[in-house]
Design a protein around this ligand. Sequence first.
Ligand code: PMP
Length: 394
Amino acid sequence: MPRPDLLERLAVQAAERTHAQLQRRLRSIDAWQGAYVESGGRRLLAFCTNDYLGLAQDPRLVAALKHAADEGGVGSGSAHLICGHRREHAALEEALTAWTGRDRALLFSTGYMANLGAIQALLQRGDLCVQDKLNHACLLDGAQLAGAVLKRYPHADATAAARQLGGEDHTGALLATDGVFSMDGDIAPLRELAVLCSEQGASLMVDDAHGLGVLGEQGAGCVSEAGLGQHDVPVLMATLGKALGCSGAFVAGSAALIDGLTQFARTYIYTTAMPPALAAAAHAAVTLARQEHWRREKLQALIQRFRQGAAQLGLPLMPSRTAIQPLLLGDAQQALAASRALEDLGLLVVAIRPPTVPQGQARLRITLSAAHAEADVDRLLDGLQSLRLASAPV
Ligand code: PMP
């Protein structure tokens, strides 16, 4: 048998996806200001960024980045453990430690890498990794990279998670869950998961990419909002590219966890440290996210306004109290058509289709931000009303 030509095989797979009208498309954004983007010569009101607190454009973040770049240049020059760890990184790690109430925090260049690295370092071949079916791809990939036995329980079903954790084997076990689910916007049953992990001797890992900054006192995230601490959730991961308006991520926990990750997390060890100027900007973002409560209050008010308006219009809202407010349409082509019709009205709302979400659960993933005004939400509601979307069972 001749070997398959890999590029040809890839092209066939891509063509199949195109044939099923499920191909992913890259959109080029020429400019971004406040809640608006410019793309293809048009100005669009965007409801698809993860800039939940409206910090990405804040002049104080820009000033922090410029100042640090003026002082120390752009690139970090190497991995953290070689000579890339600058004082900006150390200061950001301290700020994140204090914010999350953990003993220590460790920076990673992206959230994807943080999850891969943390899970791969914690789990050994044959260990058990129990995960929510709707977890982000990088949590799943982490378990696979570690060679762990991966079990996935139905979304948010703590009883099913308990069954999967139970058993006679004596391997190490990690239960990993999104805190706020990225495509649904709902929150994991953290207290129940913490109890069952403690009963079963498993460690709980929470990815709070979409909760940090948005939920909890001073925006400390969904774990803090649930009244849980480092003892209950020993592995806390969150990103800097969403509510904090920057890029990068961190894992926070005990000194032993961070020491261990420093030794064994390959995505920490073998990669260039994030630019120190970015760490300086993220540090400024942490300070603002903690202090400027009005951002969370405004976001919550916009969420309420959107949900009330959408309910009045009978739109197929998914249950969510976070900045992620998806409308479940079901059919992928319907979701795509709705997204295109909204774009004709000057509104940028992306359709999320399989395989990112399960078959038959295509949706418009609407995200709200403190950068929006009430009038922006009303404009979105008017646009959605004009589409006459049939309400699907949620
Ligand atoms: N976890 C979750 C829940 C996410 O939604 C994302 C990003 N979409 C990531 C991790 C990855 O983070 P990053 O974009 O920083 O790689």
